[in-house]
Design a protein around this ligand. Structure first.
Ligand code: HMG
Ligand code: MG
Length: 310
């Protein structure tokens, strides 16, 4: 396979995972999760969101979480901000990177941000300018790039329009989200072929969800196409509040297992990652959903010297 030599894994579990938990995870557990993840060698751990607490009560403690973590050198801890109110809160908390999050589908933009796509871009513009002026990197998300839970198909030109607009605003990287996990590897190739002549690939990342079990295949397809940054969530935490039955993000351990055993460097210590996932599973009171975590934990208990334990 034409995979890159090394990739960056953006860990989104503490944000995308925990925002979808049915209950509110205690702040000290979030802090422990983030610190443990950062210690595995992950270089980006998305920590939280400064969104309206009425919309996402699970992350209402964003400032306390950021104040509680012990930042490691070489690790970035971005936070989502939808608007200037969110940016103000994030700046007060001393964030080093923020992310704005738009959608390629009008229906999803309305549900997620209470804004049309154009209104959302207008909302993001001052956020990107002010954050950049303050020396922060700004990531941009585009959701529903391979399908929307409300409108179904999403035209590739709609994905291109929002991606290009976020790059023009000054985002350093755009994460393309298959928010409900309906895409396939062939569709990933088609979409990237469509975007590349206009946006290039070096500022694009992918963010795959695993609803139909395609998260890993879709991410590898993106890597084969030339992408080198992908989002994943430890333990496969997450889901989509607007898509009943939707599973979580691609699990970080599924991705790291596949990449490291294919000779692609991630910098992540899989043993430490599995320890973190087992710890978090204890906190949440349920086992991790990912194949890799289940297999490794089962083997680890049975035979600690097993070569397939990590
Ligand atoms: P709105 O109701 O239109 O807000 O929500 P507004 O601008 O009309 O303001 C209403 C009130 O909210 C005001 O207070 C504001 O100050 C306050 P009042 O004057 O009434 O007292 N307010 C805030 N308070 C705290 N923090 C803020 C904030 N903003 C306004 N940031 C809004 C608009 C964007 C705020 C709302 O829709 C929202 O918070 N949406 C966030 C939804 C969300 O977090 N979704 C999940 C993340 S996206 C995702 O998961 C996809 C992704 O993973 C990629 C993928 O999978 O595709 C990234
Ligand atoms: Mg997501």
């Amino acid at each position: 396979m034409g995979l890159p030599e090394a990739v960056t894994v953006v860990e989104v579990g503490p944000r995308d995972g925990l925002q979808n938990e049915p209950g509110v995870v205690p702040t000290e557990v979030k802090v422990g999760f983030i610190d443990r993840l950062a210690a595995t060698g992950l270089t980006v751990v998305e920590a939280t969101s400064f969104v309206h607490p009425r919309w996402v009560p699970q992350l209402a403690d964003a400032a306390v979480v950021l104040a509680g973590i012990t930042p490691l050198d070489g690790v970035r801890y971005p936070a989502l901000v939808p608007n200037e109110t969110g940016l103000d809160r994030a700046l007060e908390s001393g964030v080093d990177e923020v992310a704005v999050f738009g959608a390629a589908s009008e229906a999803f933009s309305q549900r997620n941000l209470n804004r049309t796509i154009d209104e959302s871009l207008a909302m993001f513009a001052p956020v990107v300018v002010r954050a950049t002026d303050a020396g922060l990197r700004v990531r941009g998300y585009v959701s529903t790039v391979l399908g929307c839970p409300f409108q179904g198909q999403v035209p590739q030109d709609d994905v291109l329009r929002v991606t290009a607009a976020l790059l023009d605003l000054g985002c350093h990287e755009i994460s393309l989200g298959d928010t409900i996990g309906v895409g396939t590897a062939g569709q990933v190739h088609d979409l990237l072929d469509h975007l590349a002549p206009h946006t290039g690939l070096d500022r694009l990342a992918v963010h795959m969800h695993d609803t139909y079990g395609q998260g890993l295949a879709n991410t590898l397809a993106a890597f084969e196409a030339g992408i080198t940054v992908a989002d994943a969530s430890a333990g496969g935490l997450g889901g989509c509040p607007y898509a009943p039955g939707a599973k979580g993000n691609l699990a970080t351990e599924d991705l790291v297992w596949a990449l490291e055993r294919s000779g692609v460097h991630t910098g992540v210590d899989l043993t430490a990652l599995i320890d973190t996932i087992a710890w978090m599973a204890d906190q949440l009171g349920r086992p991790p959903v990912s194949r890799a975590a289940q297999a490794i934990l089962a083997r680890r208990d049975a035979r600690p010297d097993d070569p397939y334990y990590c």
